[in-house]
Design a binder for this molecule. Structure first.
Ligand code: ZN
Ligand code: ZN
Ligand code: FE
Length: 750
């Protein structure tokens, strides 16, 4: 009797160097047995003295990219084998897991900076703990022949590392060195990193081929160059992302411990950070207090940033509205007009992935892409028998979601489907995910809006289609992310959003819903106002101010605030209801308030710009808080489900003109007003026993101030918020998918 153990490890344990880790650990603990991959994860047979210590170390010392969800141990009889080995994978699907791309690990970074190392200054160094994964994958199973590393034959040195279980590069599919791997060059004129750095320091704009696509890079400290890049890209207002090593970044941004941890995460997302003591030119992100920063995440980026010694603008290399460029020829053709040079390489990008965008405090994914996809979320309790579902999301911030085997895979950010090329990318992603994950949906889910391109596509699949109301989907995505059980009871959903088609034919977006995965009631909403010019209302904030002032009987103020806008025509359109659908959108209310406080109502170059400006403007103070409370009191908490906005505009105009209140105080008071009106109603639903908890979703909750105030106002009732999935339309497909699944499952007994 040897007293062996059968050990099952579940979680993200394949393709992350888990088997060699187990092999090395087994040697340390002097164990005999074996380790293998199978469809459920990693399976270990172990015999030896200190099996308990070994099991503890499995979780405690797991490799950086692994995520151990569960370790199950059972007795194992029989004779112990003579050694410990890595055995062949068992069962179909064992090799189908693929992990997201991961930023260069400290060991690889040390090697490229070590003159004695054979990978010194090599721009494509990687190992089992880091490097490209999803962006180089052409097909499954994930091995080198199925990636864009296939054309590069390993040299003897790399092969030896690849085959040695004791090496950090054991079975690292993209393993490479300067002798055998991808090469880097500068166009035109040739050269490498030093010449590329010279171009950047001289004020040039450089197209850089990265992991999931091309970036356009320039010296972020050079105002003229940044302005030139804006001009060439026709991108007047949208903030540019920035890249710098941490020590340099700290001079320009406030980096809290939580923010540092997020920056250093292997996903290496763009993290929104408040400005630090050293300033960058305003052109980088006009009127923004926080900037989006990321650390260098490939050896190429590290080498380039070291050579430049300054922060770089790293904005996606694309034509306005189009997807990011990924091919070398495509880059030459499309980015030629923007870039003074190209830093190219000959490893192809198999899949386009934008940089992810996240916030550390409160933690939230705003754009889910490189480094996060194709990560999966476990479905909540009750969804064990869920059918395979594909959900196609909305029209903006498009992303696809697949359900299979109790997991949800929320695909990467695709963009706005109005753009023909983005729609092509959407169709491609649909085929691609289905093939990669061997997905055979029983059900298709989409938005209620019949004209969204995603909805049209959903209906073309020849499968049963479940149409889901937009804000119900927002609510369900928040529930699913938080593991709310299928039979967990009803939740009060505060959904503050742009617009989505409601069940009554108007556009919703400022709602209090009471519901679960299967259905909902609309308990309260912001008083609707016409969206003059339809989509134009989302681009021109003054349109929303005009209608809200008009409703409040203060239309004259629009003439004072926006004298050069076509007010007469807009008033007529609103009155006659010509191309002026009604909407309870909270996003458009933010626009209206921003336009009044800003006093010009200029067009915004991206959706939500005015709202971001308002968040930035808002300054907390006791007086501002009192003001918000007073405004909310005047609005009242009548049982009427429609939340009046007239008192808000009356008080705001009065306090601005006669009250001598500052704009930062008024901006804060507006946030406070909105929060109180929804929080009081949602709390009441919980306290009365109608709801078990509150969930916050919708694009407005990207606003950190709004989220913080809402959490404070909700107090001690249980509240769910988005963290790993976007609160904006990027999370919509997840909500649609779980709603479709829930409706197909039998209800609770009784
Ligand atoms: Zn590494
Ligand atoms: Zn090599
Ligand atoms: Fe939405």
């Amino acid at each position: 009797m040897t007293g062996g153990r059968l050990i099952r490890v579940r979680g993200q344990v394949q393709g992350v160097g888990f088997r060699p880790f187990v092999w090395q650990l087994a040697r340390r603990y002097d164990l005999r047995g074996d380790v293998l991959n199978d469809p459920e994860g990693v399976l270990i047979r172990a015999f030896g003295a200190d099996l308990e210590g070994f099991v503890v170390a499995l979780s405690a010392e797991a490799p950086p990219l692994a995520r151990v969800d569960r370790v199950e141990v059972s007795e194992l009889d029989g004779a112990a084998p003579s050694g410990f080995e890595i055995a062949a994978s068992q069962g179909a699907g064992a090799a189908t897991r693929v992990t997201p791309d991961a930023a260069t690990c400290p060991d690889c970074l040390a090697e490229i900076n070590d003159p004695a190392d054979r990978r010194h200054r090599y721009a494509f160094a990687n190992c089992t703990h880091c490097g490209p994964r999803f962006t180089i994958l052409r097909a499954l199973p994930y091995d080198r022949a199925q990636t864009t590393m296939a054309p590069f034959e390993m040299c003897p040195g790399c092969r030896a590392e690849y085959e040695n279980p004791g090496d950090r590069r054991f079975h690292a599919q993209p393993v490479a060195c300067a002798d055998c791997g991808p090469r880097l060059w500068l166009e035109p004129g040739g050269g490498g990193i030093p010449k590329a750095a010279t171009l950047l320091l001289g004020g040039g704009i450089l197209a850089v081929k990265g992991l999931g696509g091309f970036h356009l890079a320039c010296d972020a400290t050079n105002a003229l160059t940044v302005a030139l890049l804006r001009q060439r890209k026709h991108r007047p207002g949208k903030p540019f992302a920035l890249m710098a090593p941490l020590e340099l970044l700290r001079q320009y941004a406030k980096v809290s411990p939580k923010a540092e941890a997020l920056l250093r995460d292997p996903a290496a997302p763009i993290v929104l950070l408040d400005k630090g003591h050293k300033a960058l030119p305003e052109e980088v992100a006009p009127r923004m207090v926080s900037l989006g920063w990321m650390l260098p995440y490939t050896p190429l980026h590290h080498l380039l940033l070291q050579a430049v010694g300054r922060p770089l603008v790293m904005t996606s290399g694309n034509l306005s509205g189009e997807p990011q460029v990924i091919g070398n020829d495509e880059a030459r053709e499309k980015l030629g007009a923007f870039a003074d040079g190209f830093l190219m390489h000959d490893r192809e990008i198999a899949r386009r992935l934008d940089d992810s965008v996240e916030r550390a405090e409160p933690p939230m994914v705003l754009r889910r892409a490189r480094g996060r996809v194709p990560g999966t979320l476990p479905l909540p309790k009750g969804f064990e028998d869920a059918p395979q579902v594909v959900a196609y999301g909305g029209q903006m911030k498009s992303a696809i979601c697949l359900l299979k085997n109790g997991q949800a895979l929320l695909g990467h950010h695709l963009g706005e489907l109005d753009e023909a090329l983005t729609y092509d990318a959407f169709l491609q992603a649909d085929l691609d995910y289905a093939e990669l994950f061997d997905h055979r949906p029983d059900l298709v889910a989409c938005d209620l809006h019949p004209d969204y391109r995603a909805s049209v596509h959903a209906r073309s699949k020849g499968l049963p289609v479940v149409e889901v109301q937009h804000h119900h989907a927002h609510l369900a995505s928040c529930l699913a992310e938080n593991g709310w059980p299928l039979e967990g009871g009803k939740v009060a959903g505060i959904i503050l959003d742009g617009t989505g088609l409601g069940t009554d034919g108007t556009f919703w977006g400022g709602e209090l819903l009471l519901g679960d995965y299967r259905g909902f009631e609309r308990k309260a909403w912001l008083k609707p106002a016409p969206l003059i010019g339809g989509d134009m209302a989302a681009r021109e904030p003054w349109r929303n101010a005009l209608v809200r002032l008009g409703q409040a009987g203060m239309s004259d103020w629009a003439d004072v605030l926006f004298p050069d806008k076509p007010l007469a025509m807009a008033r007529m359109a609103a009155e006659k209801g010509v191309n002026a659908p009604l909407s309870s959108s909270a996003g458009r209310l933010f626009d209206a308030v921003a336009a009044v406080l800003e006093g010009s109502g200029e067009a915004q170059s991206f959706e939500g710009q005015a709202a971001m400006w308002l968040e930035t403007l808002a300054e907390p103070s006791e007086a501002a808080e009192a003001l918000g409370i007073d405004w909310a009191k005047r609005t009242g908490h009548s049982p009427d489900p429609e939340i009046e906005t007239d008192p808000l505009f009356h008080r705001m105009i009065r306090d601005m003109t006669q009250g001598g209140r500052t704009r930062p105080a008024l901006a804060f008071a507006f946030h406070q007003w909105l929060v109180i009106l929804f929080a009081v109603r949602a709390r009441r639903l919980v306290l009365d026993g109608d709801a078990e908890a509150v969930a916050l979703s919708g694009g407005c909750f990207q606003n950190a101030l709004l989220t913080r105030l809402m959490l404070e106002a909700l107090g001690d009732v249980p509240v769910m918020v988005h963290r790993e999935t976007p609160a904006n339309d990027g999370g919509l497909a997840l909500g649609q998918a779980v709603i479709a699944a829930a409706r197909s499952l039998p209800g609770a007994a009784g």
